[in-house]
Write a protein that binds this ligand. Structure first.
Ligand SMILES: [Zn+2]
Length: 491
């Protein structure tokens, strides 16, 4: 057990070295080498055929869509795509792998030498190298529980056999658990934007193994690495790395050594457990797959795939900040998914003022959804409703207080904004003389603030506007009110 007792001074002597291996299932309609449905959740052993079961004489045929998705993902993470890559057999026995081998890629993967950028704690960007992206097929699943006789038997579901995977291996460039978390978050976001995977960790369509070692700072060589297998959330990856880094430092500090092995993360106990000693790569007896020709990615195919590459999240955020004059923080929230960003942009372009659309969407609607624990799709207010609200606010036809009241009604009754607005049509005081009377009273009641305004503290205009707004229960026309307040104070 790593003691919490490791002092910051001891921890600071060491540098963690982290590399991540991510498996993503590609979102093709059919499997990698046969026509079986690639579908999660079917009845066990229904999406299978002689090819994905590896029955004698069955021959694999490569799914072109899987190649397209792997190429698209490779381009999105800045990899060089190899014109000629080779499928290889990775031999091992496991009950959920009836063929006795996995079709994978070994020394000639489809893509290499990529990178993605992650934000650092200092507010800068760090580039994490990507060693390779290779294509392979998934194995089936052993079901160890959920049956009456699960204590004595294991069941097999082979539906997953032959599901196309991309394995993305990072360089050992990651230095902290937080960087690992950011890398995974960015990578997932990019893959989702490309539409090549649903990246659903609960269903196993994105899985992560983490390699971690520690060394004394400045030491030329890496320490002995430990592989943490199959962690099923990014938060757990971060927690497992934090635990493992301390465990390794403690072992070294107490004069011991780190054993090269695979370990499993136990989220309930918050610790890792030794699983088995790490097999060496040569144990898999890789050799070129005799049933598949080399994979050729032609220049034409590559160019056509590049055309399909969407605008990626980082670039999109930068453009949206410039185009709509929104904050970096708002841009990050608005680009959380490609679909959400698309909806925002459609709304922004239909409105008078995109920045107001962002504010209404994130603060008024987003805030209420969050308070109620609802998702964006469950919002009673449509994007058209948000555009209408933002425009009314922008034209000064609604005060922000009135807007809040209307949104309260939308959420209480589950109605869209236009319905509520058309019914309630909040009164507005647009009579200048009536407002001037109120302004005179409030300025007279606050001589100190009025004097400060006149001696240069112009932001105090907002104070008087707020006071009059309160006196009118939010019904003063905001544009008119602003104008009259300034006129009175200046005069
Ligand atoms: Zn099949």
């Amino acid at each position: 057990m790593p003691a919490a007792a490791l002092s910051p001074e001891v921890l600071a002597k060491y540098e963690p070295v982290i590399g991540l291996e991510v498996h993503v299932q590609l979102l093709t309609a059919t499997k990698a080498f046969c026509g079986c449905a690639n579908h999660f959740g079917s009845a066990p052993n229904t999406n299978i055929c002689p090819v994905c079961l590896g029955l004698p004489g069955a021959l694999p045929v490569l799914n072109a869509k899987a190649v397209e998705f792997a190429t698209l993902a490779s381009l999105a993470i800045h990899c060089e795509v190899r014109e000629r890559s080779i499928f290889a057999r990775k031999n091992y026995f496991y009950p959920d792998l009836p063929k006795g081998y996995q079709i994978s890629q070994f020394d000639r993967p489809i893509a290499e030498h990529g990178w993605i950028e992650v934000p650092t704690a200092e507010g800068t960007c760090k580039r994490i190298g990507i060693t390779r992206l290779h294509m392979e097929e998934d194995a089936g699943k052993s079901l160890h529980d959920g049956f009456a006789d699960s204590a004595t038997r294991t069941y097999l579901d082979l539906n997953r056999c032959g599901t196309p995977l991309a394995e993305i291996v990072s360089e050992p460039d990651i230095r902290t658990p937080d960087e690992a978390f950011e890398y995974l978050t960015r990578l997932k976001e990019i893959l989702l934007y490309c539409g090549v995977s649903d990246c659903n960790m609960e269903e196993g369509s994105l899985r992560c193994d983490a390699n971690v070692s520690v060394r004394l700072k400045g030491a030329p060589k890496f320490g002995t690495k430990v592989e943490i297998k199959n962690v099923n959330s990014f938060r757990f990856v971060r927690a497992a790395l934090e635990y493992e880094i301390e465990r390794q430092i403690e072992a070294l500090e107490s004069g011991g050594r780190v054993t090269q092995e695979s370990r499993l993360w136990n989220a309930n106990e918050g610790r890792t457990y030794s699983m088995r000693s790490k097999e060496q790569a040569h144990d898999y007896r890789y050799f070129p797959e005799p049933d598949l020709p080399p994979l050729i990615v032609s220049a034409e195919f590559l160019a056509a795939t590049k055309e399909k590459l969407p605008e990626l999240p980082e670039a999109r955020r930068a453009r949206m900040i410039a185009e709509y004059d929104i904050t970096a923080r708002d841009a990050a929230t608005l680009t959380a998914t490609r679909e959400f960003a698309d909806r925002f942009e459609a709304a922004a372009r239909a409105s008078r003022n995109p920045r107001r659309v962002a504010n209404v969407l994130l603060s008024e609607v987003g805030g209420r959804l969050k308070a109620l624990g609802l998702e964006q799709e469950q919002s009673p207010v449509s994007m058209a409703g948000i555009v209408l609200a933002a425009d009314l606010l922008d034209e000064g036809k609604l005060s922000s207080k009135q807007l809040k009241q209307l949104f309260d009604v939308c959420f209480e009754r589950g109605e869209d904004f236009s319905a509520v607005y058309n019914r309630e049509r909040p009164e507005q005081i647009t009579d200048a003389s009536a407002l001037e009377v109120l302004i005179d009273q409030i300025v007279a009641a606050n001589p100190k603030q009025a004097e400060q305004y006149r001696t240069g503290k112009k932001t105090l205009a907002g104070f008087f506007v707020g006071q009059v707004m309160r006196a009118t229960k939010g019904q003063a026309n905001p544009a008119l009110l602003n104008e009259l307040v300034v006129k009175k104070l200046e005069g």
